[in-house]
Design a protein around this ligand. Structure first.
Ligand code: AP5
Length: 220
């Protein structure tokens, strides 16, 4: 199965991808995670992306598309399918993705729009904590770790993403409305869009999505 996960910052794209990737047996490809890893490694790409990410702006299309094209064309673990999380984010990226997927004959089957409201995403983002070691996601209220500041999975230290402060979150939301929201219509026009109320609890959203996938596979 191949799908794209759309939705505002904090809608739960990473959370849902983590819940679904084993059930669906597909790879989780997050441009945000890849870019943060490049920054951590100090690569030239990471250095180029850093100032954009810290401000809450989009990294230039050309750079991110090159990155995704390389992952999709050269990565063996995409054979069984994948979830794209955080890509595409602009109309240009959506068009580039269509071109790349045409070249490798891997059409997208679903565009999942995780529809979440501003008060909910603000609360989620300001309370989010991430494991510095394995990337596991936590929330101070919704999903606290058993020991404060320590990852349940690998005992790594938890940190708050530098772009999860109120000023940068505001910029990310504005950037989302201007650039990413329009591609929801793009996928709707392609007949691929599935809209889900993502203000609901993560396990509820997961069940709704599994029901959509099951119903569609029963039809085909
Ligand atoms: P990226 O890392 O993709 O950030 P984002 O889109 O802002 O999304 P988030 O990761 O913040 O949110 P999410 O929806 O994954 O929520 P999560 O599951 O973690 O991108 C970062 C930056 O990289 C961008 O600003 C940009 O600069 C750059 N970039 C990346 N891709 C790019 C591209 N294609 N083009 C250009 N630039 C790009 O959940 C958040 C919290 O809420 C967690 O604590 C979680 O536990 C909790 N939570 C989630 N869902 C639920 C739920 N249903 N119920 C209760 N709690 C929940």
């Amino acid at each position: 199965m191949r799908l794209v996960l759309l939705g505002p910052p904090g809608a739960g794209k990473g959370t849902l991808a983590n819940l679904l990737k084993e059930r669906l047996n597909v790879a989780h490809i997050s441009t945000g995670d890849i870019l943060r890893q490049e920054m951590k490694d100090g690569s030239s790409l990471g250095q180029e992306a850093k100032s954009f990410i810290e401000r809450g702006d989009l990294v230039p299309d050309e750079l991110v598309t090159r990155l995704i094209e390389s992952v999709l064309k050269n990565n063996a673990n995409t054979d069984k399918g994948y979830m794209l999380d955080g890509f595409p984010r602009t109309k240009q990226q959506a068009e580039d993705l269509s071109r790349i997927l045409k070249e490798i004959n891997q059409p997208i089957e679903y565009a999942i729009y995780l529809d979440s409201t501003l008060p909910v995403v603000l609360k989620r983002l300001t309370g989010r904590r991430v494991c510095r070691n394995c990337g596991a996601l936590y929330h101070m209220e919704n999903k606290p770790s058993k020991v404060n500041g320590i990852c349940d999975e690998c005992e790594g230290p938890l940190y708050q993403r530098p772009d999860d402060n109120e000023t940068t979150i505001k910029t990310r939301m504005e950037v989302y409305v201007d650039n990413t929201q329009p591609i929801v219509t793009y996928y709707d026009n392609e007949g691929l869009l599935q809209r889900v109320d993502a203000d609901k609890d993560a396990s509820e959203v997961e069940s709704i999505l599994m029901k959509i996938f099951d119903e569609n596979s029963a039809k085909n």
